[in-house]
Design a protein around this ligand. Structure first.
Ligand code: ADP
Length: 155
């Protein structure tokens, strides 16, 4: 069974994240979307609400599970029998950041491989950080979040 974790802050989950998960369904048998959080740092959306949003998006899809964790990603993988880490790449700066994390994770656990999917071209400028800025100033982000999700209900 090919099981992958898609780790991230997902604060909030965007159509860019959704697209990576949907495309990865052809590669993996199960994808665990895992919200990584730091107990000392609170996000914009609560971890509980970020999880609710993602669960709603993938409701009924048996290949996708949603959870949260606050530990090393490789330790979460070992405990849950996961061999692949899924990440998305938008730009060269994403690549440099992701390369270092993936190589460090490989030092920590040789059995775990990171698999990258390049973002769809139209999703390249979409980031949770920019969406949060737009939201803070009352802007409309609905076209950047998956269908059926109204982020204001989760604030
Ligand atoms: P993190 O804080 O761990 O980077 P994010 O929620 O920002 O968490 O991102 C999780 C993953 O999704 C990362 O691999 C990131 O590169 C990827 N990602 C973020 N936005 C997009 C997008 N618009 N298209 C494709 N991948 C994306």
């Amino acid at each position: 069974m090919k099981r992958a974790i898609f780790p991230g802050s997902f604060d909030p989950f965007t159509i860019g994240h959704e697209s990576i998960v949907l495309r990865a369904l052809d590669i993996f048998d199960e994808i665990i979307i895992a919200i990584g959080y730091n107990t000392t740092k609170s996000g914009y959306f609560t971890v509980e609400n970020r999880q609710k949003i993602i669960e709603k998006i993938f409701e009924g899809n048996k290949k996708i599970k949603v959870t949260s964790y606050s530990k090393l990603t490789v330790d979460f993988c070992k405990e849950n029998n996961i061999n692949f880490i899924l990440r998305g790449l938008r730009t060269a700066s994403d690549f440099e950041y992701e390369r270092a994390i993936a190589q460090m994770n490989h030092f920590l656990s040789e059995k775990i491989e990171t698999i990258f999917l390049l973002t769809e071209a139209e999703h390249t400028p979409i980031s949770s950080t920019i969406l949060r800025e737009i939201l803070k100033h009352g802007g409309d982000v609905s076209r950047f979040v998956p269908k059926g999700i109204c982020l204001k209900e989760y604030l």
